[in-house]
Every structure is written in structure tokens, then in C-alpha cells.
Ligand binder design. Sequence first.
Ligand SMILES: [Fe+2]
Ligand SMILES: [Fe+2]
Length: 257
Amino acid sequence: MKILAIGDIFGECGVEHVSMVLRSLKIDEDIDFCIANGENTSGTGMTVSDYDKLYDAGVDAFTMGNHTFGKKDIFKILENETNIVRPANFPDGTPGVGSRVLKCKNKKIGIINIMGRVDISISLDCPFRTIDREIEKIKPLCDFIVVDFHAEATSEKKAMMFYLDSRVSVLYGTHTHVQTADETVTKSGMGYITDLGMTGAEDSVLGVKKEIILKRFINALPQKFEYAYSRAVLCGAVFEIDETTHKCVCVKRICVR
Ligand SMILES: [Fe+2]
Ligand SMILES: [Fe+2]
């Protein structure tokens, strides 16, 4: 079974690109299930319209991150849709759930979304202790587990790799919008990459117009963010799961222009 994970889809440019390329990418790579990080689909957050477009384009499940609640539509989406998770370590009482089990072919895939605490300005519960609880909760209900660790620090993500090794089948990072070249399968059969990268405008700084970010760095004055629109790239990775052992056997990085 092949699972395609797509890195943070950014703005109109990213959503349109996914709508254009995902169907053929799923056929070319023989993809069974597609999970995308949707925290930036509408810049900060996700609207119902962007959710619908991406679902129609072939995204089967969504994970989120620090921008989960950037658009108020998300409350409706979290309430109505059964294929979306937000970081599990948001404080108790936050709308939505941090893990779900979704069916694909004859398999039940457990999906967990968790967020790092290094250089992320939201008060969160410990990601390590929280993921222990989430794994305990969904392990009896699924065949294997896929984790999106939405975090800034490469150190925190690598630490999570060792923490989860042999307990989940796939662990990938999101949030930095820059793809790392460290994809690997651990000895115990967990597929891993530190960050999937971004899906959106290449001629940008992490999805935002480059002129705006340059001004911010050069003059240190606040600037209103505007989202870039240029030639786009879809960044992510394909994880191949052995259907008998439920271990990951191969990770392939993807950049589709
Ligand atoms: Fe993020
Ligand atoms: Fe992001």
C-alpha cells in the first residue's frame, strides 16, 4: 500500500496546483491514500471552499498545525468532516480531535497529528507524552499508524523519530515549508523524513511574496503578508507499507512542478 503525504499546501497557488496535478500523480505513483497538511490552504487556516477543492482533487485526509484556527470556517469543518485531525497536544477542550482511524482498501490507517514546542508560540501539552496517549487510544483500532509532527526544530523531529521508532509505521515532519533530504526507513521499519516541504509558489519565501519578507528583514518594520502566485511545486513523500507486516519498506521524496 502506498501513502502519499503532501507538505503544507499554501494559498490559492498551492490549492490550484494540487487540483491540477494530484489525480495524475496518484495514478503515476500508484497511490492508495493521500494525506495533506492543510494549515495554510487559505494562507493562515482553511476555508470550507479550499477544503472542498482539495477533497475533490483527491486528498483523502487532512492534518493541521499552528495555523489550525486561522479561519473561522475550521470550526464547521472540524465538526462536520471525519477526515481531518488537528494537533493532539492542543489543550483539553480545543475543538476537533488529534487522531482518527480511516479506512483504505481493507486496511485501517490510524492518523495522528502532533505539534512541537520549540520556537512555536502556542501553549501546548508535551508532544511526547501526548503521543503516547494517542497511540494507546488508536492502536487497538487500526492496522498501522501515520504521524504528522508539525514542528520547527529539526532536533525535536529527530528526537521524535527515535521516540516513535518501532511504534508507528510512518513519521513525517511539516511546518518549515522546506523539504529535507533525510528520508529513511529505520531498522524496525518506520518511514521517516524531517520535513515534507511546501506545496505552493516557488518564487516566494515560504509561500509569502518575497518583496514583503525582504522588507521585513531589511527594515525590521511590520508588513502585511500577501501570498505569492508563481510557478508551483508539490512537495511531499510516498511511503510504501508492506500489507502483511504493516512496516514501511520504502520512502520516496516527491517534488512535482
Ligand atoms: Fe505551521
Ligand atoms: Fe505551514
